[in-house]
Structure formats: structure tokens, C-alpha cells
Design a protein around this ligand. Structure first.
Ligand SMILES: [Zn+2]
Length: 408
């Protein structure tokens, strides 16, 4: 199985390249807005849309006209990508079960440094290459890149973006997953609580790091400072830019933390069970603590990492109750957010709220996987292999795994 992954790299464009990159980003935004307006007009008129093919031919037709020289100057494959993205956004807005709204016009900021424009180039006939510390971007040239990690495979697309005052590019590549593990030795459930501490059913604990808290305090301080400044003044802009920069730092710190945690738990466990987080509901429930959503990030990153390793990632249902269930006897308890520990009413076991939640997540996940026929519990002593079926895994080393079950 192959997976398409994204890797981000920092770019160091020359001043001349930077001007061009800004221009390309703006062009990409301009094409989006123009095609969107056209779609809105049509939708008003007869409730129809332009599909990708139609939009691509609109672009082609406009190119020869002088007032559309700006499209001509742009990389044509990148222009087609904009049309593709818009088509996806329109389709998503109208497909059932999706929560996306009608796409919006992309806005611009008067101050250049606050932009987050981007454009995506496609590696047609190997036009995008990385050689001698530079990446060749169509119609831009060779832009110096910081290759902090090697490419995993051939480049598919490159998205060049300006975020939080810095240039970066995100390269998509196809990566081959490892063969699925035949013997899965550990199953662990993970609970991520409102304080963003990750707790595993095996006793693993990873605290929300202090540096994130510090950065956020700094952010609050700057936001108060911004409120005191006169809007639009020089000092206001200065503070605004510092806030923008800090946002970038926080998001990088958060991503780094999430990567490290997910890598560690993927390495240490064979089957990972998470809760399917209805993050939006959690946000309303807990307020700002969940707004910067580390837990969503950790589950997302763990998912692809386990898949790459040939391990199993499983999410239990969104409404499956996990908090307040005794890990020994399964008795339900109603806990408030303040109750960090509780004593079971039925069997009198004193336990941590998060650990017992993680244990119950692991238990539910295990039942799910067995019921779905994805894994079967086997006796670790009798190593006889039954007839090979696809997606039947042998499990061993279970605490109570002495009986042998065969999955359907
Ligand atoms: Zn109990």
C-alpha cells in the first residue's frame, strides 16, 4: 500500500524570487476569486456549476487577452490546480455528510508581510527537482531550500506558501507502507484529557509541554498590547507582526510536540486505540483549552504513522462512553471535570480518571477489532498458524488471552 504524505521544508528565496513568489501567490488567489465569482453567478442564475474541465477551458480562453496577462505569466499547471481545488471545495459544500460551507473569496492584506497566499505546482515531466540545495519551481527558478530531511520518493506536487512571515514549501510524495504485522503484541488505548495530557492504558503519560504554555502567555500579553495601540498605527502594525510571528512559533511547537508523541507511541505499541473526537463539541464544552487542538493533531499523526509501520490504528465511536468507567469491573460513574480520581462504587477500586478512561478505550477498541474480524486472539504458547486469511492477525501476549478465537 502506498500513502501520499506531505513534508514541509523552509525556503530561502532571493529578494527577486521573493517578489515573484508574492506575485504568484496573489495570482493564484486572483484566479480562485475570479472562478469563484463566475461560479456564484452561474449558481444564482440556473443552479449549476463549472466543473474542473470547464474552468480550465475558461482559463485557456482568457489567456490571449491583454487584461489577463497576469494569468499568462503564471504557471499554467498551477492555475489548473486552483481550478481543481475550487471544484473540490464546491463538491464538498454540496455533498451530504460534509460540514463545509460554500467556498469563500480569498482576501488580501494591505501589509505584505501578513499574507498567507500560496500556489501549487505539479511535477510534470520532472520539472520540479531538488539539486544542490535548491528546488526548481516552474517559472520561478531555483529557490534555495533547507533540506532538513531526505526526500522519501519522487515529488508529486509542491505547494509554496508564505506563512507567519516565512516562506515554506510542502512537498507531496508517495511513501510505501511496511507490510502489515502478523503478530501484534501490544494494544493500548489513549485518552487525551481536557488539560491535553496524553494518557495510555499501559501507564504512559505525556504532559502538555511547558513551552507551549509560556508561548501562549506571551501571546495573551501581546494581544493586550495590541488592544492598547491605535489601530493602523506603526506601533500597532509592529505588534501585529509580532503576534503573527508568535502564532507561527506556537503552531510549529505544537506540531513538533505532536510528532514526537505520536512517533513514540507508534514505536512502543502495535495496536493504537483512540477516541473519535468530536472536536467541535469538545471546544464548546471546555472553552479555550481545546481551541488549539493538540489532540486532534496527535491522533491524525499517529494514524498515518501506524499505517506506515504496518500496525493498527483504530478509533472507537464518538459517543462511546469512556470516562468514569471502572477499569476493573465496568461500573459506570458520573464524573465532573474536576474529579481527577474516583473510587468505584461497586468494587471499591481507587483509580485515576484518565487511566481508567484509557483502559476502557483499549477494551472497547479490542472488542471492535475482534468483532470486525481484523484481529483474533491467539494463545501465545501454541504457535500453530491457521489458514492464512487476509486481515486476520495473530495476537499474543494478552493479559487474559489464553482462549483461542478465530475471526470470521
Ligand atoms: Zn469497579
Amino acid at each position: 500500500m502506498k500513502k501520499t504524505l506531505r513534508y514541509n521544508y523552509r525556503l530561502n528565496p532571493t529578494p527577486e524570487q521573493e517578489v515573484k513568489l508574492f506575485e504568484f501567490g496573489a495570482t493564484s488567489r486572483g484566479i480562485w476569486n475570479m472562478l469563484l465569482s463566475e461560479n456564484m453567478r452561474r449558481y444564482e442564475y440556473d443552479k449549476t456549476f463549472l466543473f474542473y474541465k470547464d474552468m480550465a477551458s475558461v482559463l485557456k480562453e482568457l489567456k490571449p487577452f491583454e487584461e489577463f496577462n497576469w494569468i499568462k505569466a503564471f504557471d499554467s499547471a498551477a492555475a489548473q490546480q486552483v481550478a481543481r481545488d475550487l471544484e473540490t471545495a464546491l463538491k464538498n459544500a454540496f455533498s451530504k455528510g460534509r460540514l463545509q460551507r460554500f467556498p469563500k473569496h480569498k482576501i488580501t492584506y494591505k501589509k505584505k508581510k501578513l499574507h498567507n497566499d500560496s500556489f501549487r505546482a505539479v511535477n510534470n515531466s520532472n520539472c520540479i527537482r531538488i539539486e544542490n540545495g535548491a528546488i526548481s519551481v516552474p517559472k520561478i527558478g531555483r529557490v534555495p531550500i533547507i533540506l532538513h530531511r531526505k526526500l522519501a520518493s519522487k515529488i508529486k506536487t509542491v505547494t509554496v506558501q508564505y506563512r507567519h512571515g516565512k516562506w515554506e514549501c510542502s512537498i507531496t510524495q508517495e511513501v510505501e507502507c511496511k507490510a502489515a504485522l502478523r503478530v501484534l503484541k501490544t494494544i493500548t488505548g489513549f485518552d487525551i484529557n481536557s488539560k491535553q495530557t496524553v494518557v495510555g492504558s499501559n501507564g504512559y503519560v505525556a504532559d502538555n509541554p511547558k513551552f507551549l504554555k509560556q508561548s501562549k502567555e506571551k501571546l495573551n500579553q501581546l494581544q493586550r498590547q495590541l488592544a492598547r495601540r491605535k489601530k493602523g498605527s506603526n506601533r500597532w502594525h509592529k505588534t501585529k507582526q509580532r503576534i503573527n510571528k508568535l502564532h507561527g512559533k506556537i503552531s510549529r511547537q505544537r506540531l513538533d510536540f505532536a510528532h514526537k508523541i505520536s512517533r513514540q507511541i507508534t514505536n512502543e505499541n502495535d495496536i493504537l486505540i483512540f477516541e473519535n473526537l468530536n472536536v467541535k463539541a469538545m471546544q464548546k464544552f471546555n472553552g479555550s483549552t481545546v481551541a488549539d487542538n493538540v489532540m486532534g493533531l496527535i491522533t491524525q499523526l499517529s494514524k498515518y504513522k501506524t499505517e506506515l509501520e504496518g500496525k493498527i490504528y483504530h478509533e472507537i465511536g464518538r459517543f462511546e462512553k469512556s470516562t468514569g468507567i471502572c477499569s476493573e469491573c465496568g461500573q459506570h460513574h458520573v464524573l465532573t471535570l474536576k474529579d481527577r480520581n474516583f473510587t468505584c462504587l461497586a468494587c471499591r477500586t481507587y483509580q485515576g480518571r484518565d487511566l481508567s478512561a484509557a483502559k476502557s478505550i483499549a477494551k472497547t477498541g479490542e472488542l471492535d477489532l475482534i468483532a470486525a474480524g481484523i484481529v483474533a486472539r491467539v494463545n501465545p504458547i501454541s504457535q500453530q498458524k491457521s489458514a492464512i486469511k487476509t486481515k486476520v492477525f495473530e495476537l499474543s501476549k494478552f493479559a487474559v488471552g489464553s482462549e483461542k478465537k478465530v475471526a470470521a
